[in-house]
Write a protein that binds this ligand. Sequence first.
Ligand code: GLN
Length: 189
Amino acid sequence: MTKRIGVLNLQGAVEEHLQALRRARVQPVSVKSVSDFDQLDGLIIPGGESTAIGRLIREQGLENQLRQFHQEGKAIFGTCAGLILCSTDKTHETTDLRLGFIEMEVERNGFGRQVASFETSLDFQGIERPVEAIFIRAPYIQSVGPKATILARVDDKIVAAEQANVLVTAHHPELTEDDSVLTYFLSKC
Ligand code: GLN
């Protein structure tokens, strides 16, 4: 049966993920409310502005649903702002939403606000060929807890990790034609 993969559609790079899912021949689902979580095999939390997405998650009453989806062991993929939302991020005093799905501390806009965007190729654990990666005002991961696995780095900065059913990348895989990270995620769904 075709997998049904949701994209949290509150703010950010939603359409690009829906298109990438179509290319991958799975069924994309735009997720805006609790009922949209029905029968999903996986969920993507897109890039955008983590503060705005977090606020909308709370306003739309989706926080518990997200936590339940995670507890059920369903696959979740956070990209960029989505990575920030999946973190524990105890280093920063913030009231912004942090779902704590991966034990990790993040540095928002970690590559600097000025030289904000760049493209590079990544050695990505579990993917044979180098991954084409676009970073836009991206965070990096400062440290991960013992349950998380580091999947990629740019210089000494961690930019991809996974823990159980959750995968995160600081880059935007949906903005390139390189679907290898999406394929990797779909293998977990
Ligand atoms: N800088 C954004 C944030 O802190 C993330 C940028 C992105 O998702 N492309 O939320």
